[in-house]
Design a protein around this ligand. Sequence first.
Ligand code: DX5
Ligand code: ZN
Length: 220
Amino acid sequence: MQPRIAPSLLSADFARLAEAAAAVPSSDWLHVDVMDNHFVPNLTIGLPVVQALRASTDLPLDCHLMIDDPDRWAPPYAEEAGAHNVTVHAEAAADPVMIARDLRAAGALAGLAIKPGTPLEPYLELLRGYDTLLVMTVEPGFGGQEFIAGVLPKVREARRRVESGHLTLAIEVDGGINADTILAAAEAGADVFVAGSAVYHADDPDRAVGELRELARKAS
Ligand code: DX5
Ligand code: ZN
């Protein structure tokens, strides 16, 4: 398992997004947090900004949509913004099976996210139609929060389903990932690690990416 690191632009300078992307050339994915002030109590950026970002970096964009009505709003991130992966929240999706089909038809990977309090069990069957599972390790909405280790059993269960061949998924963790917590998440079976403050508040963001990847590698 090759760990992948996805710096979250939420902790970068929003007036300098292209520079923030350029500051982490060794990243695997660039994580973009889209928030609508309805699904979460915070507002960030939307499609036009992601389109502009697409034109400013070659890094694969990992769009995490913390928005209501992703059935309507998710496909354009693949179709019009060229996102590599588009993740919608299970709690907000009306027809997650159809969303995954739409995203894949547009050439993107389809991702499903669950909040810390949302169980994995009800989604196991429909995850067969998905490429990534994002397990939130903080309540969605803000960077810089403390990692919730209590969600790791869901990561373990997802990894078990992947190992047994029931699911083919990248397992992504998002929230509070840093040098102190990444090992536990990797040992539980995560293979994509979103890190906002641990990367962008570091003196050398790209070095932080490499250090996090090394730590995650130790688990495998
Ligand atoms: C929170 C976002 C995260 C956030 C993580 O709702 O989904 O991607 O940027 O930030 P850190 O790594 O600082 O917890
Ligand atoms: Zn995120």
